[in-house]
Design a binder for this molecule. Sequence first.
Ligand code: 26W
Length: 833
Amino acid sequence: MSDIVNPGAARPTHPLALAPVVSPPSSVDGFVKQFLTNLNFDQGVSLSESDANDQYLALAGTVRDYLMARWLEDQARQNEQQSKTVCYLSAEYLLGRQLDNNLLAARLTDIATDALAQCGIDINDLRELEVEPGLGNGGLGRLAACFIDSLATMSVPNIGYGIRYEYGIFRQTFVDGEQVEQPDAWLRMGSPWDFPHPEAAQTISFGGRTETYDDNGTERTRWIPDWSVLAVPYNMMVPGYHNGRVNTLRLWRAVATNAFDLRIFNSGDYEESVRAQTFAENISKVLYPEDSTPQGKELRLQQQYFFVSASIRDFIDTVLPADYDLTKLPDRVIFQLNDTHPVIGVPELMRVLIDEKGMEWDDAWAITQQCFAYTCHTLLPEALEVWPVDLLGRLLPRHLEIIYRINEEFLEEVRERFGDDMLRIRNMSIIGEHPYRSVRMAYLATVAGAKVNGVAELHSQLLRDKVLHDFAEMYPDKFTNVTNGITPRRFIRLANPSLAELITEALGAGWTIDLERLRGLEALAEDPEFRERFGAVKAANKRRLNEVLFQRDGVHVDETHMLDVMVKRLHEYKRQMLKVLHIVTLYDGIASGRVAAADVTPRTFIFGAKAAPGYAMAKRIIHLINAVGSVVNNDPRVEGRLKVIFPPNYNVTLAEKVIPAADLSEQISLAGKEASGTGNMKFALNGALTIGTDDGANVEIRQLVGDDNFFLFGMTEPEVEVLWAQGYTPADFYQAHAGLRGALDLISSGAFSEGDRSVFEPVVSNLLYDDRFMVLADYASYIAAQERVDAAYADQDAWTKSAILNVARSGFFSSDRSMRDYIDRIWHTPPVL
Ligand code: 26W
């Protein structure tokens, strides 16, 4: 084992030198000693001189030290056993804070708490200093984080590959109710959780041209790029839960190459050389905050190629042994494509195998087709990435040639199978012609991937029937479903410790890694004493949320209110506007005197949502929510009945406090638009009831928890299609419902904009004249469902019973189960024990 530490050294003789690393003893004393050592030697301060940030960094370093031996051992064992590795390629990882998760995984929470107390430090004060790495936009990035947690917990070899953005998702602030974005400088106070490995950097090239040459009678191609950057890996630990396992998340940072600098330096232009450096380092500077609507920016394609090329070559050149027979590559790796963002990896692997390793096209293609699998995370056509051929050809000329050849051979196959059907060929071509010539990345992924999966049953069905219909016809066996999941470690154990304790008391500790055991709670739903305790947990979580929000934003959450929560990215298809119309309807009823305040269930509405900075309508809706909030919250007529809270900068850290306190989970997208949703799962597992459409994973949640414990409303996906085909006329719905008219008219009147009718006019006229997501069509059904919610909530004991059944029956949504499904259906990667 000693060679892991220092490969070139003479044989060590000291006993300590034979271990991969010396772990500190698992005791409070051992922890204190290691903590103080780190404080002194890493932070360079004494305890008495240290500030809280020094202490936080030393604490993080100490936790790392405990995990280190297992990390080094695990990597060595995987290499020895030549096991097949899941390389998860994802442009986003929305990790959330690391400290608590890593303490929990390593069973160090109590030891660390005591040790710090003995140093006169309250660990809670340090927890709050950690800035979460927000290296993702929303569901897709958080899913990646849940998946790598599950793989580590299940001892499956995995490397998560991605980008170490210097700036993650923006920090959202509100100025006069409008979203203002601030840069997220998450690295500013230090980054104790990752390790740079400059010695393992890869050179990533761009631009230039290709040429052919004669290689002993065979014509070969080489790419002569004209600029390059270094990709430097930063490794993060991904510890499994209580299994001593530590996997790796490897995020790449862009750094200017020496060669690049030197060339310019020699020319004597110092300023230019600094500029060049900035140019190179821009590649990993910032996470694109667009969610669902790709902007087609060149820098984004640079980011994609940058991390995917670095990752593939890292795996081949440094993870695999030097003499590895690459015809056997599919035995050692599966590259899972998290949406289309890493799909440029397909021509990259082809290029490496053919141009660099000297393989023939057909052999390389056979290997490539076994090494990739593709997960699609959307149904919105505008979210399917396409790259203009011009741009792609300029940045990656060799890759474009390869894509053209893949397409040629693919279309030949289509012809063989279906004849000279020009329409079909045009529809299936990887190259689109309108409105400009472009590469359809989802099609490339589908053709190249061994498997293609959607992320919930309904979504996978719609992929087969609609989005990728022709491909499903051609390759029926490629298509499969894997319903998303969430990690119960972070979203129950850490986020809801009171519930976790109650469950452990009732069922024993095994549920955290075997979530189906929650079924055991079904019987307890009948037990009045258990219901009371469950209710007390919810109340305590509301008090905790009140404390957090008061500290953070100076607002109060009334624990006697029903907490009605909608947290997710702001997007028209998710229909935050439906929620706004409900609130305005309730408000209008009381304010106009038509409804007695005393007859309205006291509710606090909580929103959390970021809008893409360039998405004007989404930003207007955020403004409207804040405007409605400020009117409602200041009107004495509705005091004690209705309250709207919109804490800025919703992120993983806040989710962990909001979700456990919720009574009602809003999952109200237009049917057929939300691929899965994962917030919906987090709420159900924390004992909130869902009001939702028949969309995404809501369908499966309802099937599992039962109709009595779920408030279903709205059109089904086929009904949506019918209405759309007939011609959706929102005015009909406006005319048909007095409540809807009242709500829209009130917004139009300027009631929420100090009489200025122009401010929210675009929002209202969008709903009335131009709404692809048919908000008004589902209004009546939504209001009726909310009335059923009120009626059900009136019987608190029955509500609690339903809440318990939601928890008991949602074990299926553990990401451990998702991982088992990926392993069985796609990856075939056994655990390495
Ligand atoms: C900038 C381009 C772009 C395009 C698409 C950025 C991000 C996307 C993603 C596909 C959006 C996304 O996060 N999709 C969500 O993925 C979750 C995990 O599978 C699902 O639960 C959500 O329903 C889906 O919207």
